[in-house]
Design a protein around this ligand. Sequence first.
Ligand code: MRU
Length: 392
Amino acid sequence: MVAAAPSGKKPLPDMMTSIRIDKSGQVEIVDQLLLPHSVVWMPVSTPQEAFDAIKSMRIRGAPAIASLAALSLRSYLSSSSGPSFSSSSEAIKWIHETADYLQSSRPTAVNLGEAMDRIRLVLKQAEGEGKSVDEIVEKIKTVCGDVHEEDLERNMEMGRLGAEWLWKKRGGNGKKGIKVVTVCNTGSLATSGYGTAIGVITALFEADQLDTAYYAQTTPYHQGSRLTSLELTTLQIPACMICDTMLGSLFQHEDIDGVIVGADRVVKNGDTANKIGTYQAAVLAQRHNIPFMVAAPVTTIDLSLATGKEIHIEHRPSVEATQVRGLNIETGKLSVVRITPEGVGEGDKPWQRVYNPSFDVTPAELISCVVTEKGVAERKEGEKNIDVASIC
Ligand code: MRU
């Protein structure tokens, strides 16, 4: 028998967000390269500044980068120092080029491309209807705002659906709370709020159904140890950090009820690109018969690609793997240290190479279900694919 979900929600402290907009409309992001040691808000006023912030990973996470790209365009179009257009065709050309430029900042996460496609669609319609410059600019500004605002609400719905699915699957048998594992950072810093996988974990916690959220450090960028740790400690959710190499041991020694991850792109057959390390977590979860859930908004689903083989995987600079950024506990200052011998990742000798893909692809046959704000698509017993189109 499945235990009933307790009613009532735990009150949560305010969470840190990745993006804020002040009364004057100024967009700011928290510099994620400095977290968790230092909270520095930096203004982003132009698409060029948004491109640089995304490329350098001062902001990251599939939904958050889509939001920032859209908001930077809105803000620049509203600004007195922004572009002025003498004709509709000039406005359409400029916005098209800017959308292409913003989209090129990071290739794997589809949310950014999806947001830019929404802008392109508005341009296409405006062109067909012969709209004026002012009308075009106003419509683009509206769609840019929507990209950001729609994210929070859908994350809460996704969190609720994902928590319900996992609780039904594993919460019975008199269990007070369940134990889950996550990788990377998928909370309010990676989205417009509440999060994807962390949203499911938060919903479990709010319903008093969570025992512990284990989270992997997620090297080399340390999204887990730097960012997920900050989110979970701020929310006061019972959590335990593990090194990426400890997943197998954890599955052997703890009764883990589910692995919950976010996604950067889920394609038609359910194959999922997410942070490097996700695939190995899925392989190990299958070996231990642990449900493996992907939580992602509809904007992360890419029905234009048939299988994960077609997903373009971004490789990051080798310095992100050879150097570690952190707080020097002797000086109290932030510093960057190299952890490899000199030249590794920088020299051209055959023994100085570094392999640093930012994402991997988990085949659908290792995934138990994909959750969006529209529903849960389960992989049926004996099948290799997941019908993600049914939850778009
Ligand atoms: O390289 P990052 O930090 O942008 O990668 C982020 C992830 O892989 C997340 O799991 C993904 O964007 C989904 S979460 C909102």
